[in-house]
Design a protein around this ligand. Structure first.
Ligand code: SAM
Length: 286
């Protein structure tokens, strides 16, 4: 079955009385070039793949060709009628119905994919869970090699932005701390049915084994990052004293020790500078 052919998709959906739910981020891929490229980017040797949101299985089928095993989690039980037919040739695929945000993902990986050499997460993500899901995957320090996902273009740019540039936000710092992010390619809105209002991009987050900077207390480091970006137009001294409750004088002293100007804004600091500043500030507070 050609799952990226618009005619096949329409008749499959119509035959099963399926209508798209916007609230579940249901925009299905119909560009035949995208899924093979995503599967190739996600899978190395004997890779076990955790897919989120198979829809009617267009990406799942490509992953099945490249991966050792595919575990695919779908929230919408209406697809239970369609997926077994659409993926009848894919022997190494198991579909699990449920909400990925409520699952014990570590347990899922250990029960279903522990016999694979490496594990990847691959998905055309429902946009409403993009950031919380990526943060959950990264912060949980799961035994995974990479996260290769399609997200909205603006989200891709933000997630992969270099810390210290205008495009970066708190999430960019977290992504770069846990992974090496890369935008692989853009995907136009015409590649989906129904057509969304924005373009997309596929990103790959190669999970780091060791963080790129030395941080003494991760909780404090991430608290500092959040407050640096909380009031972007204010100076770092003002926003951090307002939102993290650290005295202005302590922040000024730490900045001066690092040779950084007092009037710098939080978004101008790189990851290394943020790490050293956090180590200085929180040591001083304790
Ligand atoms: N993979 C298909 C494709 O590329 O055409 C569908 C992608 S569509 C953007 C997102 C899919 O995620 C939908 O099938 C939707 O039902 C499913 N989904 C939405 N929220 C979910 C959740 N919390 N857990 C698991 N699946 C979810």
């Amino acid at each position: 079955m050609n799952l990226s052919d618009i005619g096949t998709v329409r008749s499959l959906l119509e035959a099963n009385g399926f209508s798209f739910k916007k609230s579940l981020g249901q925009n299905f891929l119909i560009n035949p070039k995208v899924c093979p490229a995503m599967a190739k980017a996600a899978c190395g040797g004997k890779t076990g793949v955790l897919e989120i949101g198979p829809g009617i299985g267009v990406l799942t089928a490509e992953l099945s060709k490249k991966a050792e095993k595919v575990i695919s989690v779908e929230l919408d039980r209406r697809l239970e009628k369609i997926l077994p037919k659409a993926l009848s040739d894919c022997r190494n695929v198991e579909i699990i119905y449920g909400d990925i945000m409520k699952m014990d993902i570590r347990k899922l990986i250990s029960e279903k994919l522990s016999d694979c050499e490496t594990v990847a997460v691959c998905a055309n993500l429902p946009y409403y869970i993009t950031s919380p899901l990526l943060m959950l995957l990264l912060e949980s320090r799961l035994p995974i090699d990479n996260i290769t996902v399609m997200v909205q273009k603006e989200a891709a740019e933000r997630l992969c932005a270099r810390v210290g540039t205008r495009q970066a936000g708190a999430v960019s710092a977290a992504v770069r701390y846990y992974s090496e992010p890369e935008i692989l390619f853009g995907v136009s809105r015409e590649s989906f049915v129904p057509r969304p209002k924005v373009d997309s991009a596929v990103i790959k987050l190669k999970i780091r084994k060791i963080p790129p900077v030395r941080v003494e207390d991760e909780k404090s480091f991430f608290r500092l990052i959040k407050s640096c970006f909380a009031q972007r137009r204010k100076t770092l001294v003002n926003t951090v004293s307002n939102t993290a409750g650290i005295e202005k004088e302590s922040i000024k002293k730490a900045l001066s020790e690092l040779g950084i100007a007092e009037n710098i804004r939080g978004e101008q600091l790189g990851l290394e500078e943020l790490a050293v500043l956090s180590n200085l500030l929180y040591k001083r507070k304790d």
